[in-house]
Design a protein. Structure first.
Length: 309
């Protein structure tokens, strides 16, 4: 087996990438490693489209449902954990199968990341309190005063990135815009990546997004959101922005009807999938490209991927 190999399977939501990852991992007697920024959170496996218990029983799965929803997960945390898992699988002479739809995580894994150190827990808590007490616009204005270059590239409502930029500035004393001028560092410079991307046609993807959201609702997605609602979490947290969560929260608060919430969730899911598809199509170089959603059990596709290793 080739040394230091990693297979990366990327694609928009509802494209069948999880099913493909499981099939590839089974063929290699290996494991699936999560690269989705929402599937890292606990208590929301249905709404975040995590692999089912039945799927997880077929092959080992790592980095799924590892964080409390109150945690502000980011690419730095994920890279540290992914590096650890990948190296452990290599030590077992296995080829990790990394799968997800978060382009930032995939790009940083393959191409490297800026050498920004992990921010301290104390600074994270202090910045979280600022957002909680004053709102994201207040924090955005602070960032604008101290790092105008970074602030100019961010939307005032993009709380996650505003928080991250301000945390880094407060903890390191260096502006995020200056960190990005430093040379990129690869967590796994020895890795040999085989990359697969799924780029289905928009019509096919739209249909699958709608069908999958209906299935999620049948399986209990609303109960998951009810539980998240009961935790009274800060709505700027990443977990609270997962597809379907804000829309169903609006229904639970009485702001919209049930049907309106479903329609909004499906619309936003479709829009997000379209943005993902565009990003992967234009930004991610791949060894194997699938132009339609993966349906499962396609031996020709599996052979094409395995041939590239």
């Amino acid at each position: 087996m080739s040394e230091n190999r990693v297979i990366v399977i990327a694609g928009p939501t509802a494209s069948g990438k999880s099913a493909l990852a499981i099939d590839v991992a089974k063929a290699l007697n290996s494991a699936v490693v999560n690269c989705d920024s929402m599937q890292v959170y606990k208590y929301m496996p249905i709404i975040s489209a995590c692999p089912s218990a039945k799927e997880k029983a077929q092959i080992p799965h790592y980095l799924f449902e590892i964080y409390e929803p109150s945690f502000r997960g980011n690419v730095v945390d994920w890279l540290d954990k992914a590096q650890e898992v990948i190296m452990r699988l290599w030590a077992e002479n296995k080829i990790p199968v990394v799968v997800g739809g978060t382009g930032l995580y995939i790009d940083n894994l393959i191409n490297g990341t800026t050498p920004i150190p992990e921010t301290s827990l104390q600074v994270r808590q202090e910045v979280a309190e600022l957002v909680k007490n004053h709102g994201n616009e207040y924090l955005y204005n602070l960032l604008q005063r101290e790092d105008a270059q970074t602030a100019s590239k961010l939307n005032v409502n993009d709380t996650t990135r505003i928080v991250r930029a301000y945390e880094v500035l407060k903890d390191t004393g260096i502006k995020l815009s200056d960190w990005y001028k430093k040379p990129m560092i690869k967590k796994l410079p020895q890795a040999k990546f085989t990359t697969v991307k799924i780029c289905p046609q928009t019509q096919e993807l739209d249909k699958r997004c709608y069908i999958r959201f209906d299935k999620m609702m049948q399986e209990g997605a609303l109960n998951e959101v009810k539980y998240l609602y009961s935790l009274e979490l800060d709505e700027s947290l990443p977990a609270m922005k997962a597809l379907g969560v804000p829309e169903l929260m609006s229904y639970l608060k009485g702001d919209v009807s049930y049907d309106e919430a479903l329609d909004n969730a499906k619309l936003h899911t479709r829009q997000y999938a379209k943005r993902q598809r565009t990003w992967f199509k234009n930004k991610l170089n791949a060894d194997v490209i699938l132009n339609s959603c993966y349906q499962g059990g396609d031996g020709n596709i599996l052979q094409e991927i395995l041939k590239r290793i």
